[in-house]
Design a protein around this ligand. Sequence first.
Ligand code: BTN
Length: 246
Amino acid sequence: LGHTVHWLEEVGSTNDVARRLAEAGAAEGTVVLAGRQRAGRGRLRRWWWSPLGGLWMSVILRPTLPPERLSLLTLAAAAAVAEAVEGQAERPVALKWPNDVLIDNRKVAGILLESVAHPDGAEYVVAGIGVNLDVEGEPVPAELEGRLTWLAREAPRPVSRNDLAEAILERLEARYGQLHQEGAEPVLAAWRARAAWLGEPVRVTLPTGEVVGIALDVAADGALVVEQADGRRRRVLAGDVQRLRP
Ligand code: BTN
């Protein structure tokens, strides 16, 4: 991954640029990096603050995985980003289901996978990765205050954007290859090793309501398994997890 890198000072969203390149036939591993995004996107149709100084990157993937393993790509990417950030920032990093990367419970990186299937079966995935590296003195938007952090504040020494991008691509290539060659287990194990809040009470906000219970585990298809007070287990495929403080 990363043999071809397109660098752009400013874009709407690197994921959009990568999608256009993928549609035009760009090879697996093609990377788009931008200095700043005007319209960065997050999960669940959210906006993603992307000031100068951050790492805003999208990687084109052309996976050849059975459908149930395809859904683990998001956990594989999360584990890869966590490993790279931890290595570069020398701070312990945790993962919040499915793919928020946290330092001390504040979000330092996020991942947005967008996949496109064609009628002829060819499919590609754009893995969009955003790491809050520095905010270059820009004021943090009020609604994010206290919920995000950045590496310039957390790491004992400056982290270079290039080194971090290289480390992420190296870990992503390793985890992506592992998902193809060894199946689900090693990726699930890597994700669980950093999982925040497993065994703890959580509230999951779904598009259609909410689930409250103990976050038990992540299933083989990447779903979050939550045990409700009545003992019933619910599998959550998309939603927003919050810890319920006692
Ligand atoms: C999330 O946690 O909600 C996911 C955030 C993903 C942000 C990255 S930045 C690079 C890429 N381009 C985008 O527009 N979004 C992703």
